[in-house]
Design a protein around this ligand. Structure first.
Ligand code: BGC
Length: 735
């Protein structure tokens, strides 16, 4: 840094163009590009909206699909493949993973995120980072933080209380930063409690670096910087895309008039330099990738991401000898990713209809058009005829590309009405109907599940989705995906209803900790399909739950037996609760998961290590994580609402000693051994009696307990003086 002028240091901290940093002296330029489910390197002109043409790259399932695999090992392999493609395509930093919490099903970008649950998001996000960085390519975890909607995304303030922020919205980032050591992280566009993420010193420096030990580069989301000197002072290192150098000049002016600390500019330049050196040294000029192998991996990942929502009378899997009517435009014109900056140009594309045809005899009818073209009644009639003439109908329903994209939220969660009308008519003509749902964010599925015996959730599956759907339909793969988001019965049931997307520049996170299943469980609300739900073609029994405390938390184990006749993989989910907690708690929260694939009739044990940190809550009195002492209940099951066993275990908590002040209540002082002794002694010396419910009478006990000790001066009619209470404080606060 000493060799660089302040202008050069400033220049290092902003991009040369949309996707490249500047070469300054001996510091090489590097390429950063999207991400997250494929490498999107634009061929010529640059834009971040996915308009310009991209180099072909494997399109893996977007997070909404891949998350449903609940398979960190698979996500890591996908990350490895993405890292190899980045190397081959000339990318140094891949912009992903997206680990924001799905706060509301209407968020337009939910397809890019894993879950409503911070544990799932963190575990899978960390796996992605390990995979990509293992290939010498930097990850860029995004969007930090509380970026949970698209409406007014560049200005809106997410107004979140500190406990919710820590326990829900920062928790996945914390896990990824501390477990996977990402080389960079992208700050979000929005404000958090009034302060832009890009200028938020608390977020970018105090929390991210001082508390979590992050050592990488903080990159701005594209265009997120409003005031570069303020952003640099807060801890931002690299502004993208770069504003053609104008903010470099602003920074130099700020340096010369002393409004920015030169050390802050130097530290940003130093971090960008370290990233540029690290990634260019790891870059392999001769790297190539095996497009066939990656396509196979995309298929495998897609198959593992499919969720079997319902399967009445074991309609699925289908037989190859069945004559099928395949209905729905999505079968022929696959929809496999969302719109916006993550839009990848695939190396090839499996078409579900072709893949199904490879297994069975098929008649196809589009049934509807997503763009409103064609005669709806005629399309429907043709489909109904095809269904009636076949032995089984497979109907693809879902959302069109324009309905799910970066930059806009949805206003409802409905499946288009004409598609539901079509389904009703098809089911009337052909009761053996399977529905395949294609979508990147939650839909109101209840009307479908009410009439179709079998429903597969195919989310968005990337370029291998077509083959994967066929493999699951015909039982070549037994479905093992699980929902990472609750499917509500109706929109007014969702946690943020009434607080989404906010107004006048603010969105209040009024549901607090009660996000996703935490909300539905606390309110005891019926849901269409619960968080963690997903069936298989076989069945599993849970037995022998063993739970014990360890120094680092809780160790749990459960035996899974395949009680059906087919192979299958089960994802067992471990939830904890703490009945009688002293603070507000959600009824249960996911703390571990694991999977097993026992052969029919066989059993496997799944072990789960539950870290103490996952039992902790954020204590706003002391501004830190605290494990409460108590008897924790560990439940294990096949979904959040299909729990098969539970066991209690006593955990010794952390000590939280708050200073005793005149505002401390008598009950609080009595709970503290030192305070209790000091107060007891004082009361006895003044009143000649001991303190406590016996002395005050049981009904007075609660009232007395709630009394701030300082008020005793008045209540004692002057017998206790303020000076005596001041002495009490000295005795009660030995530290
Ligand atoms: C998105 C980011 C993306 C960036 C670059 C922004 O609009 O929010 O997720 O990485 O563009 O394309």
């Amino acid at each position: 840094m000493a060799e660089l002028s302040s202008a050069e240091q400033a220049a290092l901290g902003s991009g040369a163009d949309f996707w490249t940093t500047k070469q300054v002296g001996a510091v090489p330029a590097i390429v950063l590009t999207d991400g997250p489910h494929g490498v999107r390197k634009q061929v010529a002109s640059s834009d971040q909206l996915g308009i310009a043409e991209n180099e072909p790259a494997t399109c893996f399932p977007p997070a909404a699909g891949l998350g449903q695999s609940w398979d960190p090992e698979l996500v890591e392999r996908v990350g490895t493949a993405l890292g190899r493609e980045s190397q081959a395509i000339g990318v140094h930093v891949l912009l992903g993973p997206g680990i924001n919490i799905k706060r509301d099903p209407r968020c337009g970008r939910n397809f890019e995120y894993y879950s409503e649950d911070p544990y799932v998001s963190g575990v899978l996000g960390a796996a992605w980072v390990r995979g990509v960085q293992g290939e010498g390519v930097g990850a860029c975890v995004k969007h930090f933080a509380a970026n949970n909607q698209e409406h007014d995304r560049m200005r809106v303030s997410a107004d979140v209380d500190p406990r919710t922020l820590r326990e829900i919205y920062l928790r996945a980032f914390h896990r990824v930063v501390t477990e996977a050591n990402p080389w960079s992280l992208m700050c979000s566009y929005n404000r958090i409690n009034g302060v832009l993420a890009s200028q938020n010193e608390w977020l970018l420096t105090k929390v991210l670096r001082d508390e979590w030990g992050f050592e990488g580069v903080v990159v701005s989301d594209w265009g997120a910087v409003a005031d570069r000197p303020a952003a640099v002072a807060a801890g931002l290192d690299l502004e993208m895309p770069g504003a053609t150098g104008t903010t470099d000049e602003e920074l130099v002016v700020a340096l010369s008039n002393g409004t920015v600390d030169p050390a802050h500019v130097a530290r940003a330049a130093e971090r960008v330099t370290a990233l540029a050196i690290r990634t260019t040294q790891a870059h392999r000029e001769d790297a190539t990738f095996d497009a066939d192998a990656h396509h196979q991996l995309a298929r495998e990942a897609a198959a593992r991401s499919i969720v079997l929502l319902q399967n009445v009378d074991d309609l699925l899997p289908l037989n190859s000898s069945d004559r099928l009517a395949v209905i729905g435009e999505f079968a022929e014109q696959p929809r496999y990713q969302g719109g916006g900056s993550s839009h990848v140009t695939p190396t090839r594309l499996d078409v579900p209809l072709d893949e199904i045809r490879a297994h069975a005899d098929v008649t196809y009818a589009p049934g509807f058009s997503t763009d409103g073209s064609g005669d709806a009644a005629a399309l429907r009639d043709d489909a109904v005829q095809a269904a009636a003439a076949a032995e089984t109908a497979v109907v693809f329903l879902g959302l069109a590309a324009r309905q799910e994209s970066e930059g806009a939220d949805r206003t409802d969660i409905e499946i288009p009405a004409e598609q539901l009308e079509l389904l009703t008519a098809v089911v009337a003509a052909q009761p053996r109907t399977v529905v395949v749902l294609i979508h990147g964010s939650v839909l109101r599925i209840a009307p479908v599940a009410a009439i179709a015996p079998a429903v597969l959730d195919a989310a968005l599956l990337g370029q291998g989705g077509g083959a994967a759907i066929a493999e699951v339909l015909f039982g070549r793969v037994s479905p093992s995906g699980k929902l990472t988001e609750t499917v509500p019965v109706r929109l007014p049931d969702v946690p943020a209803y009434g607080n989404f997307p906010g107004e006048n520049g603010h969105v209040l996170y009024g549901e607090g900790l009660h996000v996703g299943y935490r909300w539905y469980d606390a309110r005891d609300l019926a849901v269409a399909f619960p968080f963690g739900h997903g069936l298989s073609y076989t069945t599993f029994e849970y037995s022998d739950l063993v739970v014990e405390t360890t120094d680092s938390g809780i160790q749990a184990g459960v035996t899974i037996t395949n009680t059906g006749r087919r192979e299958g993989r089960e994802v067992a989910q471990f939830y904890v609760s703490l009945p009688g907690s002293a603070v507000t708690r959600v009824p249960q929260q996911l703390v571990a998961f694991g999977s097993a694939t026992p052969a029919p009739g066989e059993s496997t044990t799944i072990q789960a290590t539950i870290d103490r940190s996952d039992l902790a809550y954020w204590d706003i009195r002391v501004d830190r994580w605290v494990v409460e002492s108590g008897e924790y209940v560990v439940s294990v099951g096949s979904s959040s609402r299909d729990l098969r066993a539970n066991a209690a275990v006593v955990v010794a908590g952390d000590e939280v000693r708050l200073p005793i002040t005149l505002d401390s209540t008598i009950a609080e002082i009595l709970r503290d051994p030192v305070g209790a002794q000091a107060l007891g002694g004082l009361i006895e010396s003044v009143f000649g009696t001991t303190m406590g419910e016996e002395a005050a009478g049981a009904d007075m006990g609660a009232m007395l307990g709630a009394l701030p000790v300082g008020r005793l001066v008045g209540f004692s009619g002057g017998r206790l003086t303020r000076a005596q209470l001041e002495q009490l404080l000295v005795a009660a606060n030995p530290d």
